[in-house]
Design a protein around this ligand. Structure first.
Ligand SMILES: Cc1cc2nc3c(=O)[nH]c(=O)nc-3n(C[C@H](O)[C@H](O)[C@H](O)COP(=O)(O)OP(=O)(O)OC[C@H]3O[C@@H](n4cnc5c(N)ncnc54)[C@H](O)[C@@H]3O)c2cc1C
Length: 315
Protein backbone atom coordinates (compact mmCIF):
# COMPACT_ATOMS: atom_id res chain seq x y z
CA UNK A 1 0.00 0.00 0.00
CA UNK A 2 1.55 3.33 -1.11
CA UNK A 3 1.21 6.37 1.16
CA UNK A 4 1.50 9.66 -0.66
CA UNK A 5 2.90 12.29 1.73
CA UNK A 6 2.49 15.41 -0.42
CA UNK A 7 -0.81 17.23 -0.17
CA UNK A 8 -2.59 17.63 -3.49
CA UNK A 9 -4.40 20.88 -4.13
CA UNK A 10 -7.19 19.04 -5.93
CA UNK A 11 -8.19 15.43 -6.40
CA UNK A 12 -10.89 14.63 -8.96
CA UNK A 13 -12.66 11.29 -8.54
CA UNK A 14 -13.99 9.95 -11.87
CA UNK A 15 -12.89 10.35 -15.49
CA UNK A 16 -16.10 10.73 -17.48
CA UNK A 17 -16.95 14.04 -19.23
CA UNK A 18 -17.44 15.74 -15.82
CA UNK A 19 -14.15 14.64 -14.26
CA UNK A 20 -12.07 15.24 -17.38
CA UNK A 21 -13.52 18.70 -18.05
CA UNK A 22 -12.86 19.60 -14.41
CA UNK A 23 -9.28 18.36 -14.92
CA UNK A 24 -8.76 20.48 -18.06
CA UNK A 25 -9.94 23.65 -16.32
CA UNK A 26 -8.13 22.93 -13.05
CA UNK A 27 -4.86 22.05 -14.80
CA UNK A 28 -5.03 25.23 -16.88
CA UNK A 29 -5.66 27.08 -13.59
CA UNK A 30 -2.34 25.69 -12.22
CA UNK A 31 -3.96 23.40 -9.67
CA UNK A 32 -2.01 20.29 -10.89
CA UNK A 33 -5.01 18.00 -10.37
CA UNK A 34 -4.78 14.30 -9.70
CA UNK A 35 -7.58 12.32 -11.35
CA UNK A 36 -8.52 9.01 -9.78
CA UNK A 37 -10.03 7.68 -12.98
CA UNK A 38 -11.77 4.57 -11.66
CA UNK A 39 -11.75 1.07 -13.09
CA UNK A 40 -14.20 2.19 -15.78
CA UNK A 41 -11.92 4.99 -16.95
CA UNK A 42 -13.65 7.27 -19.47
CA UNK A 43 -17.09 6.65 -17.96
CA UNK A 44 -20.36 5.76 -19.63
CA UNK A 45 -19.55 7.04 -23.13
CA UNK A 46 -17.02 4.19 -23.39
CA UNK A 47 -20.09 1.93 -23.69
CA UNK A 48 -21.56 3.58 -26.74
CA UNK A 49 -20.80 3.99 -30.42
CA UNK A 50 -21.98 7.17 -32.20
CA UNK A 51 -22.25 10.38 -30.18
CA UNK A 52 -24.08 12.85 -32.40
CA UNK A 53 -25.00 15.55 -29.91
CA UNK A 54 -21.70 16.64 -28.36
CA UNK A 55 -20.96 20.09 -29.83
CA UNK A 56 -17.95 20.44 -32.10
CA UNK A 57 -18.21 17.19 -34.06
CA UNK A 58 -20.34 17.91 -37.11
CA UNK A 59 -20.09 14.30 -38.33
CA UNK A 60 -20.48 12.82 -34.83
CA UNK A 61 -17.79 10.94 -32.92
CA UNK A 62 -17.46 7.49 -31.37
CA UNK A 63 -17.91 7.56 -27.56
CA UNK A 64 -14.52 6.00 -26.70
CA UNK A 65 -12.73 8.33 -29.16
CA UNK A 66 -14.34 11.39 -27.56
CA UNK A 67 -13.24 10.26 -24.12
CA UNK A 68 -9.67 9.53 -25.28
CA UNK A 69 -9.48 13.03 -26.75
CA UNK A 70 -10.73 14.57 -23.49
CA UNK A 71 -8.14 12.60 -21.53
CA UNK A 72 -5.30 13.62 -23.89
CA UNK A 73 -6.42 17.23 -23.53
CA UNK A 74 -6.22 16.96 -19.72
CA UNK A 75 -2.80 15.23 -19.97
CA UNK A 76 -1.52 18.02 -22.22
CA UNK A 77 -1.82 20.39 -19.23
CA UNK A 78 -0.10 17.97 -16.84
CA UNK A 79 -2.98 16.19 -15.17
CA UNK A 80 -1.87 12.98 -13.42
CA UNK A 81 -4.05 9.85 -13.44
CA UNK A 82 -4.47 6.81 -11.22
CA UNK A 83 -6.59 4.13 -12.93
CA UNK A 84 -8.14 2.71 -9.78
CA UNK A 85 -11.36 2.99 -7.81
CA UNK A 86 -11.62 4.95 -4.60
CA UNK A 87 -12.63 2.50 -1.89
CA UNK A 88 -13.15 4.91 1.00
CA UNK A 89 -12.74 8.53 2.02
CA UNK A 90 -12.35 10.44 5.25
CA UNK A 91 -13.84 13.90 4.89
CA UNK A 92 -13.99 14.48 8.66
CA UNK A 93 -10.33 15.55 8.77
CA UNK A 94 -8.48 18.30 6.89
CA UNK A 95 -6.78 17.85 4.54
CA UNK A 96 -9.12 15.19 3.20
CA UNK A 97 -8.06 11.54 2.94
CA UNK A 98 -8.89 9.43 -0.12
CA UNK A 99 -8.07 5.74 -0.18
CA UNK A 100 -7.75 4.01 -3.56
CA UNK A 101 -7.21 0.29 -4.03
CA UNK A 102 -3.45 0.73 -3.50
CA UNK A 103 -2.77 4.34 -2.44
CA UNK A 104 -3.68 6.83 0.23
CA UNK A 105 -4.00 10.33 -1.19
CA UNK A 106 -4.28 13.60 0.78
CA UNK A 107 -6.04 16.62 -0.74
CA UNK A 108 -7.08 20.16 0.12
CA UNK A 109 -10.13 19.90 -2.13
CA UNK A 110 -12.04 17.17 -3.96
CA UNK A 111 -14.39 17.08 -6.94
CA UNK A 112 -16.60 14.00 -7.00
CA UNK A 113 -17.53 13.07 -10.59
CA UNK A 114 -18.32 9.38 -10.28
CA UNK A 115 -21.49 9.44 -12.40
CA UNK A 116 -24.67 7.40 -12.16
CA UNK A 117 -24.63 4.08 -13.97
CA UNK A 118 -27.57 3.25 -16.19
CA UNK A 119 -29.21 0.04 -15.00
CA UNK A 120 -29.37 -2.72 -17.60
CA UNK A 121 -31.49 -5.85 -17.67
CA UNK A 122 -28.41 -8.00 -17.15
CA UNK A 123 -29.50 -10.84 -19.45
CA UNK A 124 -26.68 -12.61 -21.37
CA UNK A 125 -27.50 -11.38 -24.91
CA UNK A 126 -27.82 -7.70 -23.89
CA UNK A 127 -24.19 -6.53 -23.76
CA UNK A 128 -23.47 -7.49 -27.40
CA UNK A 129 -26.14 -5.07 -28.62
CA UNK A 130 -25.42 -2.02 -26.42
CA UNK A 131 -24.69 0.70 -28.97
CA UNK A 132 -25.97 -1.61 -31.75
CA UNK A 133 -29.72 -1.34 -31.17
CA UNK A 134 -29.88 -1.32 -27.37
CA UNK A 135 -29.60 2.01 -25.56
CA UNK A 136 -30.27 3.61 -22.18
CA UNK A 137 -30.82 7.16 -23.45
CA UNK A 138 -33.62 8.23 -25.80
CA UNK A 139 -32.42 11.85 -26.03
CA UNK A 140 -28.96 10.60 -27.07
CA UNK A 141 -29.90 7.80 -29.46
CA UNK A 142 -33.56 8.31 -30.46
CA UNK A 143 -32.73 9.91 -33.80
CA UNK A 144 -30.87 6.77 -34.95
CA UNK A 145 -34.32 5.11 -35.04
CA UNK A 146 -36.25 7.81 -36.90
CA UNK A 147 -39.40 6.40 -38.53
CA UNK A 148 -38.79 2.94 -37.02
CA UNK A 149 -40.48 0.85 -34.33
CA UNK A 150 -38.86 0.72 -30.89
CA UNK A 151 -39.45 -0.73 -27.43
CA UNK A 152 -39.06 1.05 -24.10
CA UNK A 153 -38.57 -1.14 -21.01
CA UNK A 154 -39.86 0.11 -17.66
CA UNK A 155 -42.89 1.42 -15.80
CA UNK A 156 -41.65 4.52 -13.98
CA UNK A 157 -41.34 8.21 -14.85
CA UNK A 158 -38.10 7.64 -16.79
CA UNK A 159 -39.74 5.07 -19.07
CA UNK A 160 -42.74 7.36 -19.72
CA UNK A 161 -40.49 10.33 -20.54
CA UNK A 162 -38.32 8.21 -22.85
CA UNK A 163 -41.45 6.87 -24.61
CA UNK A 164 -42.92 10.35 -24.98
CA UNK A 165 -39.68 11.65 -26.51
CA UNK A 166 -39.41 8.68 -28.89
CA UNK A 167 -43.06 8.98 -29.99
CA UNK A 168 -42.13 12.21 -31.78
CA UNK A 169 -39.32 10.52 -33.75
CA UNK A 170 -40.29 6.87 -34.21
CA UNK A 171 -43.26 5.41 -36.09
CA UNK A 172 -44.33 3.28 -33.12
CA UNK A 173 -43.25 2.93 -29.49
CA UNK A 174 -44.09 -0.13 -27.39
CA UNK A 175 -43.70 0.11 -23.61
CA UNK A 176 -42.89 -3.29 -22.15
CA UNK A 177 -43.54 -3.59 -18.43
CA UNK A 178 -43.32 -6.64 -16.17
CA UNK A 179 -46.43 -5.69 -14.17
CA UNK A 180 -49.85 -4.28 -15.03
CA UNK A 181 -49.42 -1.36 -12.60
CA UNK A 182 -47.11 1.58 -13.14
CA UNK A 183 -44.92 3.57 -10.71
CA UNK A 184 -45.04 6.60 -13.06
CA UNK A 185 -46.90 9.72 -11.94
CA UNK A 186 -50.58 9.41 -13.04
CA UNK A 187 -50.49 12.62 -15.09
CA UNK A 188 -47.43 11.47 -17.04
CA UNK A 189 -48.96 8.05 -17.57
CA UNK A 190 -52.18 9.60 -18.90
CA UNK A 191 -50.19 11.80 -21.28
CA UNK A 192 -48.36 8.78 -22.65
CA UNK A 193 -51.59 6.79 -22.95
CA UNK A 194 -53.07 9.59 -25.04
CA UNK A 195 -50.37 9.25 -27.74
CA UNK A 196 -51.75 7.32 -30.72
CA UNK A 197 -48.41 5.70 -31.59
CA UNK A 198 -47.60 4.38 -28.09
CA UNK A 199 -48.81 0.90 -27.13
CA UNK A 200 -48.37 -0.96 -23.81
CA UNK A 201 -47.28 -4.59 -23.54
CA UNK A 202 -47.90 -5.49 -19.89
CA UNK A 203 -46.96 -8.49 -17.71
CA UNK A 204 -44.04 -9.09 -20.06
CA UNK A 205 -40.24 -9.16 -20.05
CA UNK A 206 -37.51 -9.44 -22.66
CA UNK A 207 -35.96 -12.90 -22.52
CA UNK A 208 -33.42 -12.49 -25.30
CA UNK A 209 -32.04 -9.88 -27.73
CA UNK A 210 -31.65 -11.30 -31.26
CA UNK A 211 -29.68 -10.35 -34.38
CA UNK A 212 -26.33 -10.88 -36.15
CA UNK A 213 -24.31 -7.73 -35.48
CA UNK A 214 -27.20 -5.33 -34.90
CA UNK A 215 -30.45 -5.91 -33.06
CA UNK A 216 -33.29 -7.10 -35.28
CA UNK A 217 -35.78 -8.64 -32.82
CA UNK A 218 -36.42 -9.63 -29.21
CA UNK A 219 -37.91 -12.69 -27.58
CA UNK A 220 -40.71 -11.56 -25.26
CA UNK A 221 -42.17 -13.63 -22.45
CA UNK A 222 -45.58 -13.09 -20.89
CA UNK A 223 -44.88 -13.84 -17.23
CA UNK A 224 -48.55 -14.45 -16.42
CA UNK A 225 -49.16 -17.28 -18.88
CA UNK A 226 -45.55 -18.24 -19.76
CA UNK A 227 -45.95 -17.83 -23.54
CA UNK A 228 -43.05 -16.47 -25.61
CA UNK A 229 -43.01 -14.67 -28.96
CA UNK A 230 -40.35 -13.16 -31.25
CA UNK A 231 -41.03 -9.51 -32.07
CA UNK A 232 -39.10 -7.73 -34.88
CA UNK A 233 -37.84 -4.37 -33.56
CA UNK A 234 -35.20 -1.79 -34.57
CA UNK A 235 -34.27 -0.47 -31.14
CA UNK A 236 -34.75 -1.10 -27.43
CA UNK A 237 -34.43 1.58 -24.75
CA UNK A 238 -33.83 0.29 -21.22
CA UNK A 239 -35.43 2.82 -18.86
CA UNK A 240 -35.36 1.14 -15.46
CA UNK A 241 -33.32 3.81 -13.69
CA UNK A 242 -29.80 4.85 -12.74
CA UNK A 243 -27.61 4.03 -9.75
CA UNK A 244 -25.39 6.88 -8.55
CA UNK A 245 -21.85 5.67 -7.81
CA UNK A 246 -21.74 6.94 -4.24
CA UNK A 247 -21.31 3.76 -2.18
CA UNK A 248 -17.90 4.91 -0.95
CA UNK A 249 -19.36 8.23 0.28
CA UNK A 250 -22.00 6.84 2.62
CA UNK A 251 -21.86 8.47 6.08
CA UNK A 252 -19.28 10.97 4.75
CA UNK A 253 -21.46 13.28 2.67
CA UNK A 254 -25.18 14.05 2.51
CA UNK A 255 -26.94 11.99 -0.17
CA UNK A 256 -30.60 12.09 -1.20
CA UNK A 257 -33.09 9.20 -1.00
CA UNK A 258 -31.83 7.73 -4.30
CA UNK A 259 -28.15 8.05 -3.37
CA UNK A 260 -27.40 11.16 -5.47
CA UNK A 261 -25.13 13.77 -3.83
CA UNK A 262 -27.22 16.54 -2.26
CA UNK A 263 -26.49 19.88 -3.91
CA UNK A 264 -25.81 23.00 -1.84
CA UNK A 265 -25.33 26.27 -3.70
CA UNK A 266 -24.38 25.31 -7.30
CA UNK A 267 -21.28 23.03 -7.16
CA UNK A 268 -21.05 22.64 -3.39
CA UNK A 269 -21.89 19.60 -1.26
CA UNK A 270 -22.65 19.30 2.45
CA UNK A 271 -18.90 19.66 3.22
CA UNK A 272 -16.91 22.80 2.49
CA UNK A 273 -14.07 21.90 0.09
CA UNK A 274 -15.86 18.90 -1.45
CA UNK A 275 -17.51 19.67 -4.79
CA UNK A 276 -19.64 17.63 -7.20
CA UNK A 277 -19.77 17.46 -11.01
CA UNK A 278 -21.95 15.54 -13.48
CA UNK A 279 -24.49 12.76 -13.22
CA UNK A 280 -23.55 11.89 -9.62
CA UNK A 281 -25.82 14.74 -8.49
CA UNK A 282 -27.98 15.21 -11.58
CA UNK A 283 -31.33 13.44 -11.37
CA UNK A 284 -32.67 15.05 -14.55
CA UNK A 285 -30.47 15.83 -17.55
CA UNK A 286 -27.74 13.15 -17.63
CA UNK A 287 -25.99 14.29 -20.80
CA UNK A 288 -22.28 14.43 -21.64
CA UNK A 289 -22.47 18.16 -22.27
CA UNK A 290 -24.27 18.93 -18.98
CA UNK A 291 -21.73 16.76 -17.12
CA UNK A 292 -18.86 18.58 -18.84
CA UNK A 293 -20.40 21.96 -17.99
CA UNK A 294 -20.71 20.93 -14.33
CA UNK A 295 -17.04 19.87 -14.38
CA UNK A 296 -16.04 23.31 -15.64
CA UNK A 297 -18.08 25.06 -12.93
CA UNK A 298 -16.71 22.86 -10.15
CA UNK A 299 -13.08 23.49 -11.20
CA UNK A 300 -13.63 27.25 -11.29
CA UNK A 301 -15.25 27.14 -7.84
CA UNK A 302 -12.33 25.07 -6.48
CA UNK A 303 -9.94 27.79 -7.69
CA UNK A 304 -11.86 30.37 -5.62
CA UNK A 305 -12.09 28.02 -2.66
CA UNK A 306 -8.33 27.41 -2.60
CA UNK A 307 -7.57 31.12 -2.96
CA UNK A 308 -9.78 31.89 0.05
CA UNK A 309 -8.23 29.01 2.00
CA UNK A 310 -4.76 30.46 1.35
CA UNK A 311 -5.87 33.88 2.64
CA UNK A 312 -7.46 32.30 5.76
CA UNK A 313 -4.37 30.18 6.48
CA UNK A 314 -1.99 33.18 6.12
CA UNK A 315 -3.89 35.17 8.77
C1 LIG B 1 -25.08 3.65 -23.63
C2 LIG B 1 -25.07 5.11 -23.34
C3 LIG B 1 -25.06 6.02 -24.39
C4 LIG B 1 -25.04 7.39 -24.12
N1 LIG B 1 -24.99 8.25 -25.16
C5 LIG B 1 -24.93 9.57 -24.93
C6 LIG B 1 -24.85 10.50 -26.01
O1 LIG B 1 -24.88 10.12 -27.19
N2 LIG B 1 -24.79 11.83 -25.71
C7 LIG B 1 -24.79 12.28 -24.40
O2 LIG B 1 -24.71 13.51 -24.19
N3 LIG B 1 -24.86 11.43 -23.37
C8 LIG B 1 -24.93 10.10 -23.61
N4 LIG B 1 -25.03 9.22 -22.55
C9 LIG B 1 -25.04 9.78 -21.18
C10 LIG B 1 -23.61 10.16 -20.78
O3 LIG B 1 -22.76 9.05 -20.99
C11 LIG B 1 -23.55 10.61 -19.33
O4 LIG B 1 -24.48 11.65 -19.11
C12 LIG B 1 -22.15 11.12 -19.00
O5 LIG B 1 -21.18 10.15 -19.27
C13 LIG B 1 -22.04 11.53 -17.52
O6 LIG B 1 -20.74 11.93 -17.27
P1 LIG B 1 -20.10 11.84 -15.81
O7 LIG B 1 -18.70 12.30 -16.00
O8 LIG B 1 -20.96 12.55 -14.85
O9 LIG B 1 -20.15 10.30 -15.40
P2 LIG B 1 -19.64 8.98 -16.12
O10 LIG B 1 -19.42 9.15 -17.57
O11 LIG B 1 -20.59 7.93 -15.68
O12 LIG B 1 -18.20 8.72 -15.46
C14 LIG B 1 -18.08 8.32 -14.13
C15 LIG B 1 -16.62 8.07 -13.82
O13 LIG B 1 -16.49 7.81 -12.41
C16 LIG B 1 -15.65 6.68 -12.21
N5 LIG B 1 -15.98 6.07 -10.93
C17 LIG B 1 -17.14 5.53 -10.49
N6 LIG B 1 -17.00 5.06 -9.23
C18 LIG B 1 -15.72 5.33 -8.86
C19 LIG B 1 -14.93 5.11 -7.69
N7 LIG B 1 -15.43 4.50 -6.60
N8 LIG B 1 -13.65 5.54 -7.67
C20 LIG B 1 -13.11 6.17 -8.74
N9 LIG B 1 -13.79 6.41 -9.88
C21 LIG B 1 -15.08 5.99 -9.94
C22 LIG B 1 -15.91 5.80 -13.42
O14 LIG B 1 -14.80 4.91 -13.59
C23 LIG B 1 -15.99 6.87 -14.53
O15 LIG B 1 -14.70 7.21 -14.94
C24 LIG B 1 -25.05 7.85 -22.78
C25 LIG B 1 -25.07 6.94 -21.72
C26 LIG B 1 -25.09 5.59 -21.99
C27 LIG B 1 -25.09 4.61 -20.84
Amino acid sequence: MKDSTDIKKLVIIGSGPAGLTAAIYAARGSLSPLVIAGRSAGGQLMLTTDVDDFPGFSEGIQGPQLMMQMRSQAERFNTRFINEDVVEVDFSTRPFVIQTESEKVIAQSVIIATGASAMWLGIPSEEKFIGHGVSACAVCDGLFFQGKEVLVIGGGDTAMREAQHLSKICSKVYIVHRRNEFRAQPALLELVKSKPNIEFIIDSVIEEFLGENVLTSVRLKNIKNGTTSVMPIAGVFIAIGHKPNTEFLKSQLELDDKGYIKVFDETKTSIDGIFWAGDVADRIYKQAVTAAAAGCKAALDVEDYLENLKIKQSK
